[in-house]
Design a protein around this ligand. Structure first.
Ligand code: MEV
Length: 438
């Protein structure tokens, strides 16, 4: 069993590393070298990264790639993507190019409302609680003015506060269900600060509400927290073109392509096993842009998957149909994103990514991210229903296999050329490398 340690967070970075390498590694010096290899030579930049979280020992690199040629509402974008999976950026670029020649992507922000809740317990007369809520509501707004004044000045803030009775599910359980407009901020800190203030005001005012009995005055706050379920922070992305323009492969007609593509989408609409993988493909595009732009991909993931299950069965995020000879492929997706606050003004690569995207507002970023998801889904379904996924995927994975076997530049060049016309499999690459080396 490994050792335990107390006061670890108070140690200096170098002492933390010493403890880690001595405790876990047979070759402590080698482990230390690897960790230090990833430190930035610019001390200030390294310190910035050290201070993002607690107990930083090094940096964890992901490639930052770009997918150019995205035409979104007639404006061109190059989309930055932070991701490790070999074929994702290539697939996005291919889909962007494909739709560039067919009118590009169209997007609409449907809504931008976010939700937070104060969860509390009240045992007593519900009618009296309702009276109390109406009484205290203006004070909830008033007491949070210090927190909301800047957001309100910019046109956002608290939209509404509702009292919700949840006692049919848990005895004595009620909520303050609050809706917010957080403009260009993702809003987590803003929402949580407001909620904690509401909780304080609500609890304190209950102690002085004349109609309450002594028991009723004792409201118990369980927790105050934003919700990452944001079905009213919704964006739509779509592509469309005449069916006959859909195929760029002479071996398959546009009609046949569309039919099979729509079948694949229909399967993901009704079959959860397929829907999860289908949506994972969507998230390949979404997460990569969310990460590159310094947003919280865990929040986005949680919200998106909950939305995909909103009708009681996990289902496809995207949909497709043919209408009057036009192929239509679209997706509506909830995305709580920010272009101010958080990492967006701190991480130099995030600032760069946002500048590359023409410094978008949060609603603009929602549209770009949704497009990356739809493009990724289109590329995956196009491969799956025509060549199969492995052809493109393994081509991109070839370099990883070559690196695993420490192929030199010349070997890489020869083997990428060799595999242009051959099927890439792990074994085939090893065999080819062996015969080259002999
Ligand atoms: C792989 O990362 C993503 C796919 O599995 C998505 C899909 O099956 O639609 C290719």
């Amino acid at each position: 069993m490994s050792k335990t340690i107390s006061g670890f967070s108070k140690l200096s970075k170098s002492k933390k590393i010493d403890w880690i390498v001595d405790t876990y590694f047979s070759n402590a010096e080698d482990a230390k070298t690897i960790l230090k290899q990833y430190w930035n030579t610019n001390d200030k930049l390294q310190q910035l990264h050290d201070e993002f979280i607690e107990n930083t020992i090094t940096n964890y690199y992901l490639p930052l790639g770009v997918a150019p040629n995205f035409l979104i509402n007639n404006k061109l974008y190059t989309i930055p993507m932070a991701i490790e999976e070999s074929s994702v950026v290539a697939a996005a670029s291919k889909a962007a190019k494909f739709w560039l020649d067919r009118g590009g992507f169209k997007t609409t922000v449907i809504s931008t409302t976010k939700i937070g809740q104060v969860h509390f317990m009240y045992s007593g007369d519900t009618e009296k609680l309702k009276r109390f809520f109406q009484d205290v509501k203006p004070k909830l707004f008033k007491d949070s003015e210090e927190i909301t004044k800047n957001m309100t000045k910019r046109g956002g803030g608290i939209l509404d506060i509702e009292l919700r009775d949840k006692t049919s599910e848990i005895d004595n359980y009620f909520q303050l269900h609050v809706s917010f407009e957080t403009l260009n901020a993702m809003g987590a800190n803003f929402i949580n600060s407001c909620l904690e203030q509401f909780a304080k005001t609500f609890k304190n005012e209950a102690l002085n509400f004349d109609l309450f009995s002594e028991t009723e005055q004792q409201i118990e706050i369980v927790m105050s927290i934003l919700s990452n379920y944001v079905p009213d922070c919704l964006v739509r992305a779509e592509v469309s073109c005449p069916v006959e323009k859909l195929s760029d492969n002479p071996a398959i007609s546009g009609e046949a392509f569309a039919r099979k593509f729509i079948q694949a989408v229909n399967i993901a609409e009704i079959e959860p096993y397929r829907a999860v993988t289908h949506n994972k493909g969507v998230m390949n595009g979404i997460d990569a842009v969310v990460l590159a732009t310094g947003n919280d991909f865990r929040a986005v993931e949680a919200g998106v998957h909950a939305y995909a299950a909103r009708n009681g069965r996990y289902s496809s995020l995207s949909h497709a149909k043919i209408e009057d000879g036009i192929f239509k492929f679209w997706m509506e997706i909830p995305l709580a994103l920010g272009t101010v606050g958080g990492l967006t003004g701190l991480h130099p690569l995030v600032k760069l990514a946002l500048e590359m995207l023409h410094k978008p507002s949060a609603p603009e970023l929602m549209q770009i991210v949704a497009v990356a998801g739809l493009a990724q889904n289109f590329a995956a379904l196009r491969s799956l229903t025509t060549t199969g996924i492995q052809q493109g995927h393994m081509k991109m994975h070839l370099m990883n296999i070559l690196n695993q076997f420490e192929a030199n530049d010349e070997e890489k060049l020869k083997l990428t050329d060799y595999f242009k016309t051959k099927t890439v499999t792990h074994n085939a690459v090893i065999e080819a490398l062996k015969s080259l080396r002999n």
